[in-house]
Design a protein around this ligand. Structure first.
Ligand code: ADP
Ligand code: SF4
Length: 685
């Protein structure tokens, strides 16, 4: 290990437990939760194997009256939930790590769609989701009940084997936080009014958890010291600080962050590594207890600096541990060049938001550990001495090359341009996306060192070229091209009149083509690119009108927690946003804007239209190869397979996964349903 990093591997006491180093996987959701306990446990166990000293669960509901179905979190509603949670604790212990569990009571952040029990809150208030549900103001017996449930859940957590038990007041999701926030707490009893009163429930829960399990378990708190909404909320300069001061020595560990989740898990488009320091740095000066904080830490130098400067005791990570479960081990073993750095895209968050098993752009094995048996660091050795050709060095081609090379195959990678990385290289030059280049850099830096990989740049392969290589297997990763005809979800036929105006695609802009004057960006794709290109062209000096059939800009980015920031940013830049509208047709100097509800239309003057709608797979090479099976056989080619956007255009995470999947499945038995499933047990009563 590099001596500079040895401080990261010092053991630290947390109450009655000792963490073996300073790497701390803070609680994070994963879209699997109580429905897929074996999948969660295997995923957490791999992180422990990767060297994290503490590995925590996702938020774990303590009672049916505070549940957030259909989201899949942990559950400890009663004793029958213990065995499922115990699997995680066991999987973590096998590798010598401490298992933490984040108990939660969601209050008015829980619409209780499953239990149908009216949720409760400090005061009568609408639930935070848009469900037509209002929470009931808690009376004293309700407060007593929550305390009783929390205590019971803590005892169950101890029974399940957890070492660190959380009282959770973060993210605006948890009842103790709702009590603390004065705008949410209009009570006039001893739980309302002055801060001392509003903190009472949080204090009681910490004290009662300590009393119940503190002899054996450490009791941690998670507290958001700033809501980033100014004086109407908690700020690190006033009440956030005062709460820490009041409770300073009470918990065994302070896990501190900012609220809400969109701020805590800000993407790299909006915040840099270590972005929470300015809010949380004060905490260590107020307590002798260890402090953990997050900030998408992937650089060991930054981590060391956080500790040396007295900002944190533990390097907390959710996303960095998702992208690379073996991050601590790689630092410990002097393999920092192998760290798979998080790119801050929040595809992991999006999975949870959509109630699907967690996936990660950088780490294709995330969420596949149990069901497909994938491990982030190991892969089955090769099954033959056959050689492989990969055509195209975008995320799919690079990942396929890397994984096949890890298996021991000899791989030839051919790329048409003089730059590896495909769309990742091109898109990372757009505003806010520079960190995404890590998808390329991680893979390229590894394959460049591998003896069994040959890379040919500036090599656009034709069918004849592919055959001439005489390699037994071909993976076609030639990507996709944005449509120029406007076809997409709204238009299943080309938009009429496009030939009358300069009609551009995202590929044109990334190739450096300059639009004329006022540009209409027509976004029927709904992820980041329409918004990013609008930002770029606005910065380049063009008046921009962003037209989208969706209710808001880049609407899918609600899932990545970015939508509000994107729309605010574009509005502040002066981008004109026209939602719920499609481009109906195009004239030489204007486009027809059509309301998606009424079909009423109006004309909008502009000089260019940029179409961000759909992509066409670049599969001509594949089709041509397949068309002549005799020529294939004569060239000694046994198999040809498309991967990534050439197979089916999608997000970068899908391309990486596709490349990885193809490498895993290569010369392996492929089953009809390619993964195991956890089945619901049939009720017996
Ligand atoms: P994906 O997301 O599926 O990896 P990309 O579009 O990012 O797809 O990358 C595809 C890569 O394939 C690009 O870098 C492109 O230059 C390259 N490419 C396309 N056609 C050929 C070809 N015939 N020979 C070699 N490389 C190609
Ligand atoms: Fe990081 Fe993106 Fe992976 Fe999440 S999905 S861990 S943000 S790289």
């Amino acid at each position: 290990m590099d001596d500079r990093y040895s401080i990261l591997f010092e053991p630290i006491q947390i109450g009655p437990k000792t963490a073996k180093n300073r790497f701390y996987q803070v609680p994070h959701c994963n879209g699997m939760g109580h429905a897929l306990p074996r999948s969660v446990a295997t995923m957490r166990g791999i992180k422990a194997e990767g060297g994290w000293a503490v590995v925590c669960t996702e938020e774990t509901e303590i009672h049916a009256s505070g549940e957030i179905a259909p989201c899949l979190e942990g559950r400890l509603w009663d004793d029958s939930d213990i065995p499922a949670m115990a699997q995680t604790a066991e999987a973590v212990h096998i590798h010598g790590a401490l298992a933490g569990i984040e108990l939660v009571y969601n209050g008015h952040a829980a619409p209780n769609r499953f239990s149908r029990i009216p949720p409760v809150a400090p005061s009568s208030i609408s639930v935070t989701s848009r469900d037509p549900v209002q929470a009931r103001a808690m009376d004293k017996s309700d407060i007593k009940a929550v305390r009783k449930w929390h205590r019971a859940a803590a005892l169950r957590a101890k029974k399940a084997g957890f070492d660190i038990i959380y009282v959770y007041a973060g993210h605006n999701l948890a009842l103790p936080m709702h009590f603390i926030c004065k705008r949410l707490n209009q009570r006039t009893d001893e739980y309302g009014g002055p801060l001392e009163n509003r903190v009472r429930l949080f204090r009681e829960l910490i004290e009662e958890t300590k009393e119940a399990v503190g002899d054996h378990c450490a009791v941690a708190v998670r507290f958001a010291v700033d809501e980033l909404i100014g004086p109407q909320g908690i700020t690190h300069e006033d009440e956030g600080r005062e709460v820490v001061e009041m409770l300073a020595e009470l918990p065994d560990l302070w896990d501190v962050n900012v609220s809400d989740w969109t701020n805590d898990s800000a993407t790299s488009r909006f915040e840099d590594e270590g972005y929470q320091e300015k809010y949380t740095a004060f905490v260590k000066s107020m307590t002798t207890k260890p402090v953990v904080g997050v900030g998408r830490f992937t650089s060991p130098d930054t981590m060391v600096s956080q500790i040396r400067r007295g900002v944190l005791d533990f390097i907390g990570a959710a996303r960095a541990s998702i992208a690379d479960p073996f991050l601590p081990k790689k630092i410990e073993e002097g393999r920092t060049n192998e760290i798979r750095e998080c790119i801050g895209c929040n595809i992991c968050v999006a999975s949870d938001m959509m109630v699907a098993p967690i996936r990660c752009t950088q780490n294709p094995t995330m969420g596949e550990e149990w069901r497909r048996g994938w491990h982030p660091e190991t892969i089955e050795p090769k099954r033959s001495d056959d050689d492989v050709l990969v055509v195209g060095a975008g995320p799919a081609g690079l990942e396929c090359t890397l994984a096949l090379a890890h298996r021991g195959y000899r791989v030839t990678l051919a790329e048409a341009t003089d730059e590896l990385g495909g769309r990742v290289s091109r898109e990372s030059r757009l505003p806010g996306l520079s960190v995404w280049a890590r998808v390329r850099d991680y893979r390229v830096s590894l394959i460049r060192q591998m003896d069994n990989v040959a890379i040919y740049e500036q090599s656009r392969l034709t069918v004849d070229n592919v055959r001439e290589f005489n390699l037994s297997h071909v993976f076609v990763a030639t990507g996709s091209t944005w449509r120029r005809d406007g076809m997409g979800r709204q238009h299943r036929n080309p938009i009429p009149g496009l030939e009358k105006m300069q009609a551009l695609t995202p590929d044109d802009i990334m190739d450096g083509v300059k639009p004329h004057g006022h540009v209409v960006v027509y976004d029927d794709d709904h992820y980041y690119l329409g918004g990013v290109l609008a930002e770029k062209l606005k910065r380049d000096g063009h008046p921009i009108t962003l037209v989208t059939p969706a209710p808001d800009v880049s609407t899918w980015t609600h899932n990545t927690l970015e939508q509000e920031r994107i729309q605010t940013h574009l509005l502040n830049m002066g981008v004109n946003i026209v939602p719920q509208t499609r481009v109906g047709s195009v004239a030489p100097d204007r486009v027809e804007l059509v309301c998606v509800f009424t079909s009423r239309s109006r004309w909008h003057a502009c000089n260019s239209v940029l179409l961000v709608t759909e992509r066409i797979p670049n599969d001509a090479l594949y089709q041509a190869l397949q068309a002549d099976t005799n020529a294939l056989a004569a060239a000694g080619i046994k198999t040809v397979r498309t991967i990534g956007d050439c197979h089916a255009p999608g997000i970068i995470a899908a391309a990486v996964h596709s490349g990885h999947l193809a490498a895993r499945e290569f010369q392996a038995v492929i089953r009809d349903i390619p993964f195991k499933r956890e089945r619901v047990q049939l009720a017996t009563e």
